[in-house]
Design a protein around this ligand. Structure first.
Ligand code: ATP
Length: 486
């Protein structure tokens, strides 16, 4: 890894304070990034990572502190961009009704004049190919028609692309949250190439493995402050988790092989052309694995619709769903945190057709405490929460229901390591009490927690792994056809 000491300062944020009402999002945070280094930024949900990104990106003026780019104090998004700063936001910011090329035009004002569309196409295609070789994204497609992973890939490519000026610093706020392991590895490799060419990257992630393997230096934030700033090689997973203020817990789940008695609670026939059928029994935790976009989300939606197609709402909910695309299918942006949480449980919270405010408040405060939703008031709007805390609310919404089956579409994206550990324990104990979980995850560590795993390829289930057969090697082997793997 490169040694950052004698390199030039690209951006320096010092003693930054930002408050939102009573919340001190940044409370005197310092962050300096040099040329030719990848800085990993970690911290619990709500620690202030996205807020400091917004400050560096010029989108948010700090209430106190100084900010310089290459040693000069300038202000605002245009000035930050002119200084070579680019940002890939956690909540992706492409315009959904425009094509990939048109989005590139918005981000790269230089793409003007005759024939700009084909030049935009060349720029994005070329950059996508550099970062994600072998990708199959059509740059003439409307963004709305792309999967969440493809949108994330496009936004990353547009940010790294340089027409007249190469970016100096690219900020990646949870860039792999929707990418499968293969795409995430391609991105990490490209980051090291970009750093080798003198560029800088600020990498924010809750996946500590990629922070440790890709960063030169790691900065840890806690409650709006920087609490550690050291060379990456000075950390390991254990010390990083501790620096974030979490207790390191060993995951010692004894995976169980559930006796399949009685009828399955959910089932799905095999794909018409190939593959095997899906079945889930009471109390099982079933993982859906394979490369992203190979039919896992569609399978979850089919299962959900099949068991929830009655237009007449019933008091007793049998199946709950944690959406993967939070902003598209998960949150009600104009509603409070509490309403977002309680919406799936109104039947159990009401009597005589009226929702009881006190029962709703009790439900909210219970879950706020149980998975640490960081807010001063559950009546605040959901968008006042950090991304990871919004995700926790969606999780709580499903778990708070009486549904006997919970379908989860990669639900832990953006959730910090401490909360993940809590949630894994909740899932385990709920499964032991008879709840069934069907869990699509892009993280192998989560797939390993399941009792049984179905591997998807090209829309079909191509393998079933049980107990000790659940390993990265077996999942990867099943994810590629024999021809591809050769
Ligand atoms: N627009 C806003 N209005 C009110 N509070 C906000 C707003 N934006 C952020 N906050 C609060 O500021 C704090 C820091 O949020 P921030 O998004 O920076 O956290 P984060 O470290 O990026 O978290 P995550 O890992 O969940 O993305 C949180 O308590 C959040 O609720």
């Amino acid at each position: 890894m490169t040694e950052p000491l004698q390199r030039k300062e690209v951006v320096a944020a010092r003693a930054i304070k930002v408050t939102f009402g009573a919340v001190k999002a940044l409370d005197g945070a310092d962050l300096v990034i040099h040329s030719g280094e990848c800085v990993g930024l970690v911290g619990h949900n709500g620690a202030g990572k996205s807020t400091i990104v917004n400050v560096i990106n010029g989108g948010l003026s700090p209430h106190e502190g100084t900010l310089t780019y290459g040693g000069s104090a300038v202000h605002g998004i245009s000035a930050a961009r002119a200084s070579g700063v680019r940002c890939v936001f956690q909540e992706l910011s492409l315009c959904p009704n425009l094509t990939v090329n048109e989005n590139a035009r918005i981000m790269h004002a230089e793409l003007k004049g005759w024939n700009w569309r084909s030049r935009a196409g060349e720029l994005v295609r070329g950059q996508l190919q550099k970062i994600f070789p072998g990708h199959a994204i059509d740059c003439d497609s409307t963004v709305d028609d792309l999967s969440i992973a493809e949108r994330q890939m496009v936004e990353i490519a547009i940010s790294f692309a340089g027409l007249n000026q190469r970016p100096k610093l690219v900020i990646l706020d949870e860039p792999t949250s929707s990418l499968d392991a293969g795409l995430a590895a391609q991105l990490m490799t490209y980051i090291r190439t970009f750093i080798g060419e003198g560029g800088s990257v600020l990498l924010i992630s809750h996946i500590l493995g990629e922070i440790l393997s890709t960063s030169d230096r790691i900065v840890v934030m806690k409650d709006g402050r920087v609490v550690a700033d050291r060379a990456a090689k000075a950390f390991n997973t254990h010390s990083l988790v501790e620096a974030m203020g979490n207790v390191v817990r060993e995951q010692e789940f004894s995976r169980k092989v559930t006796e399949r008695t009685g009828a399955p609670v959910l089932s799905m026939p095999p794909h018409p052309r190939h593959g095997i059928a899906f079945q889930a029994y009471r109390g099982e935790m079933i993982g859906l694995a394979g490369l992203g976009g190979h039919g896992q989300t569609d399978a979850l939606l089919d299962l959900y619709l099949e068991h929830n197609s009655n237009w007449w709402p019933s008091r007793k909910r049998e199946i709950a769903f944690v959406a993967g695309d939070r902003s598209l299918n998960g949150t009600f942006p104009l509603w409070s945190i509490l309403k977002n949480l309680s919406i799936a449980s109104l039947g159990q919270l009401s009597s005589r057709k009226m929702v009881s405010d006190s029962r709703e408040a009790t439900l909210g405060s219970g879950w706020k405490q149980r998975i640490e939703i960081r807010t001063p008031d559950m009546q605040n709007r959901i968008l006042s929460l950090s991304g990871g805390n919004q995700q926790k609310v969606l999780f709580a919404r499903a778990l708070a229901t009486t549904a006997s089956t919970v379908l989860m579409d990669d639900p832990m994206r953006g959730v910090d390591i401490g909360t993940k550990q809590e949630v894994y324990e909740i899932l385990r104990s709920e499964a032991a009490n008879g709840r069934t979980f069907i869990w699509y995850s892009t993280e192998m560590d989560e797939i390993r927690l399941c009792d049984r795993v179905y591997v998807f390829r090209e829309g079909a289930i191509v393998a079933e792994l049980v107990g000790d057969e659940i390993s990265e090697k077996n999942v990867l082997a099943a994810s590629f056809s024999e021809g591809e793997a050769a």
